[in-house]
Write a protein that binds this ligand. Structure first.
Ligand code: SF4
Length: 197
């Protein structure tokens, strides 16, 4: 895999999961899109709410937290990944886990995009802190701070890294991806006027 000098963020993987062609339009043709801006606006709101709900000194002892870091920016030169997580929790079993606050309701399922986002955070934590990271936590602010625990296994990590490889292939080789996509997604898509579907 030729990764070049570019770094991939979890939000790139979220875009890829929606449609791999987003990567082509955003990173090969450099055409921005409204969804991306909307994501940034939502993230801004998340950060505002985060300041209100979070106690930086509070350790969640019920889930085995013995220490934590807040607002952690991590990068991996090996995997060409970067990511910023709300908290990194150090657990009593010697492992560590990311914790993210979402300005969202808990609706009895964790979205696939959030699972892969947390999975990439676990990969970053393992590389930067040299500890195992096989779980992640999400706090759903709009459901009374419901705390959900995610299990992050090796298979999921492999899938996430396969996606990162595919993203680099699109960027470095300038490949226009073949996609099989639900046409309803295309109807809502910013790129529908320039995309050959
Ligand atoms: S129009 Fe459809 S295929 Fe093209 S980028 Fe958008 S979602 Fe993907």
């Amino acid at each position: 895999m030729n990764k070049g000098t570019q770094y991939i963020t979890p939000s790139d993987v979220i875009q890829y999961l929606y449609c791999p062609r987003f990567i082509y339009f955003m990173h090969v043709l450099n055409i921005d899109q409204h969804e991306h801006r909307r994501y940034l606006v939502n993230k801004g709101r998340d950060m505002h709410v985060l300041k209100l709900v979070r106690n930086k000194d509070y350790l969640r002892k019920k889930i085995g937290v013995i220490d934590k870091l807040s607002d952690v920016y991590l990068s991996s030169d090996t995997n060409c990944l970067v990511g910023k997580m709300d908290e990194v929790l150090f657990l009593e079993d010697g492992s560590a886990a990311p914790l993210d606050y979402k300005y969202a309701f808990w609706d009895d399922r964790v979205h696939k995009t959030h699972i892969y986002q947390q999975c990439l955070y676990c990969i970053l934590i393992e590389e930067n802190f040299d500890v195992a990271s096989h779980k992640a936590f999400i706090v759903y602010i709009r459901s009374k701070n419901h705390l959900e625990t995610l299990s992050i296994g090796e298979k999921l990590k492999k899938n996430a890294m396969r996606m990162v490889d595919e993203i680099f292939n699109i960027i470095n080789l300038g490949l226009f991806p073949d996609v099989k996509i639900n046409l309803r997604k295309c109807e809502d898509c910013t790129y529908r006027n320039i995309c050959v579907t």
